[in-house]
Design a protein around this ligand. Structure first.
Ligand code: SF4
Length: 273
C-alpha cells in the first residue's frame, strides 16, 4: 500500500480534518510538517501544544506528543513542559484569538523570560470557531459579527509585541509564501529561546464572507498582489490595515540567554550546595 509522504509526521488516521474548504490552516500545517523534517530535530524530544479554536485543533493532527489545552493557556502549559524537561523542544501552534487575547499575558511573559519554545500563531483576523467575533487582530474598520459597523479598536501588531517583549526570532509570512514559511519554521526550530512566527491565513468562512472578500482563493490572490518581503524591517512598521499591504519577512534574529540558562546560572551562584 502507498504511504503518504507526510505519514511520519501527520496522524493520517485522523484525516479528513475539520477545516473548511479555502481555509489556510491546512497549508500552515503542511509547512510545519515540512519544516519539522527539514530541521532534522529529534521528534522523540519534540512536542506540540495548542489552545482552543480552529488552529487549536492542529495538535491533534501531528504525530508528536500533543497537548490540546484550555483556551489561551498553550504558552503557560508549554512553559511548564519546557522547565520540567529542558531537553524537549516545545512548539505552541494556535490562533490569534487564543494566543493574543486571553493568552496575551502568557505570550509577553514567556518572551520576556526567553523560554525555549517556538510559537506559531495563525492570524486570520477573527475568532473563527466561535462564530466570527472581533479579535485583538481584527483590522480597523473590518467587519465581524460583533462589529457590525466595522472594528473601532486598533489591532495588535504581533511582531512588534514579540520583539519588544524580548523574543529572539520573529517572522511573518502568509500561507501563500509556503516555502519561505517552511524554511522559517525549520530555522526557528533550531534556535534556542522564544521564537514567534505569525502566519497570515484566510478564514474563508467568517472573515472573508462578512467582509465580502471572496473565497480562500481570492484571499490568496490578494496576498500575491499585496505582500512585500522586507527582512529586518523595524517591527514598529508592521501594522496591518483592512485590505492594505502586508509586510512579511524575518524581522528579528538575535541572541539572549534562555530562561533555563539564566535560571541555572543564578541558581549555581546563589545556592552553593
Ligand atoms: S471557520 Fe475559518 S478558520 Fe475555522 S476552519 Fe473554517 S475557514 Fe478555517
Amino acid at each position: 500500500m502507498d504511504v503518504h509522504p507526510m505519514d511520519d509526521v501527520l496522524r493520517m488516521d485522523r484525516i479528513p480534518h475539520i477545516w473548511c474548504p479555502g481555509c489556510g490552516i491546512g497549508t500552515a500545517v503542511t509547512a510545519f510538517a515540512e519544516g519539522l523534517k527539514k530541521a532534522e530535530i529529534d521528534l522523540q524530544k519534540t512536542c506540540i501544544v495548542s489552545g482552543i479554536g480552529c488552529t487549536g485543533r492542529v495538535a491533534g493532527y501531528v504525530k508528536l506528543d500533543s497537548f490540546h489545552t484550555t483556551h489561551g493557556r498553550g504558552i503557560a502549559f508549554a512553559t511548564g513542559i519546557q522547565v520540567a524537561n529542558p531537553d524537549l523542544k516545545v512548539i505552541v501552534f494556535s490562533g490569534d484569538g487564543d494566543i493574543m487575547s486571553i493568552g496575551g499575558n502568557h505570550f509577553i511573559h514567556a518572551a520576556r523570560r526567553n523560554v525555549n519554545m517556538l510559537v506559531i500563531c495563525v492570524n486570520n483576523f477573527i475568532y473563527a470557531m466561535t462564530g466570527g467575533q472581533v479579535a485583538p487582530t481584527t483590522p480597523h474598520a473590518a467587519y465581524a459579527t460583533t462589529s457590525p459597523f466595522g472594528a473601532v479598536e486598533p489591532p495588535f501588531n504581533i511582531p512588534y509585541i514579540a520583539d519588544s517583549s524580548g523574543a529572539v526570532y520573529v517572522a511573518r509570512w502568509t500561507v501563500l509564501q509556503v516555502r519561505r514559511l517552511t524554511d522559517s519554521i525549520a530555522e526557528a526550530l533550531k534556535k534556542p529561546g522564544f521564537s514567534v512566527i505569525e502566519v497570515i491565513s484566510p478564514c474563508a468562512m467568517y472573515y472573508s464572507r462578512i467582509n465580502r472578500l471572496g473565497d480562500g482563493l481570492d484571499m490568496m490572490k490578494f496576498y500575491h498582489d499585496n505582500t512585500e518581503i522586507r527582512h529586518g524591517e523595524d517591527t514598529k512598521n508592521l501594522d496591518i490595515g483592512f485590505q492594505t499591504k502586508i509586510i512579511v519577512g524575518k524581522f528579528v534574529d538575535r541572541e539572549r540567554p534562555t530562561y533555563m540558562d539564566s535560571y541555572n546560572k543564578w541558581l549555581s551562584g546563589t545556592v552553593k550546595d
